[in-house]
Design a binder for this molecule. Structure first.
Ligand SMILES: Nc1ncnc2c1ncn2[C@@H]1O[C@H](COP(=O)(O)OP(=O)(O)OP(=O)(O)O)[C@@H](O)[C@H]1O
Length: 283
């Protein structure tokens, strides 16, 4: 069994006085590939915000593995209560984040290269410039993302898929311990989607991935473990989830169809618009 990278304990979170997540417990392991599914408004992005340190939980805590020990062995998880010198999110824990497409301000005057380099901002001081090796790293990431020739283009002049690739480049350029992707394939075409999942498989050799997606099919075929968030969290350590589990969590009839070794899930016949709240019923 791999070692834990992040442990979420009894976490609750919300906005103003409204609780969106309640009593969530979850362990993300080293080199995990965790898929997070759930209905619209179930709290997936809220959970991600908590993991990224962008939203303070109202209860519970999140523990991050402290940085690799000198002998290259992972250091144990730090209990923030027992070790007050550690904050729950320590600055040495590196995470890359691909936000939801609609949260990006495309008018922001920044080029593809600058977006990707900004993933290395924590490796330099505010006023110093990026070094030649930072720029070389950016060049490699631009090539990996298939964005050669677009280095100097402003993000407002990119297609949706190109922008998502630039943002993925930013998320991975620092070789983080965890990459968090919120709906990464929204605007990505089929050709790059296949490449995207190849890339994620490559990245997953060295770091853990949390992938939020409405596309249960893609999630089940890519991930090693799966969680469904709908105010509370239900976790499966592998992807062999049952129809019953999916139906309970999506509150919508779902059929699993055999597809090689993995289940290939599809929604069962059901009436749309009955307010079950699943993403498919909104279409
Ligand atoms: N900044 C905010 N202020 C107030 N309420 C919020 C805020 N962000 C999200 N919410 C509410 O919290 C609930 C959970 O939202 P969240 O974005 O976490 O859900 P989600 O599962 O990611 O949804 P989706 O699948 O639609 O992306 C929703 O009811 C949403 O309206």
């Amino acid at each position: 069994m791999s070692t834990p990278l992040i442990e979420i304990k009894n976490l609750s979170a919300g906005y103003d006085s409204r609780t969106v997540l309640r009593d969530v417990n979850l362990t993300v392991y080293d080199r995990d590939f965790l898929g997070i599914i759930g209905p619209n408004g179930g709290g997936k992005t809220t959970l991600i915000k908590c993991i990224l340190g962008l939203l303070k939980p109202t209860a519970g805590e999140i523990l991050y593995r402290v940085t690799t020990a000198p002998n290259n062995n992972p250091a144990p998880l730090v209990d923030s209560a027992a070790n007050p010198q550690f904050s729950t999110l320590n600055s040495q824990f590196s995470m890359g984040y691909l936000p939801q497409y609609n949260s990006i301000d495309r008018k922001f005057p920044i080029t593809v290269e600058e977006v990707i380099l900004s993933g290395l901002s924590s490796q330099k001081s505010l006023i110093s410039r990026f070094t030649a090796s930072h720029r070389e790293k950016a060049r490699q990431v631009i090539a990996r993302m298939g964005l050669e020739g677009l280095e100097d283009r402003a993000i407002g002049a990119l297609s949706g898929g190109q922008l998502q690739r630039a943002l993925l480049g930013r998320a991975i350029i620092s070789d983080p311990e965890l990459v968090v992707l919120d709906e990464p394939s929204t605007y990505i075409d089929k050709r790059f989607e296949a490449r995207l999942y190849e890339l994620l498989a490559e990245i997953n050799h060295d770091c853990a991935i949390i992938l939020v997606s409405h596309d249960i099919g893609t999630v089940l075929q890519q991930v090693k473990s799966i969680a469904c968030v709908n105010e509370t969290l239900d976790y499966h350590p592998d992807t062999g989830v049952s129809e019953e589990w999916l139906e309970r969590n999506f509150n919508c009839p779902i059929e699993l169809l055999g597809h090689g070794a993995l289940p290939h899930r599809i929604l069962a016949e059901h009436k749309h618009g009955e307010g079950c709240g699943c993403c498919h019923c909104e279409h």
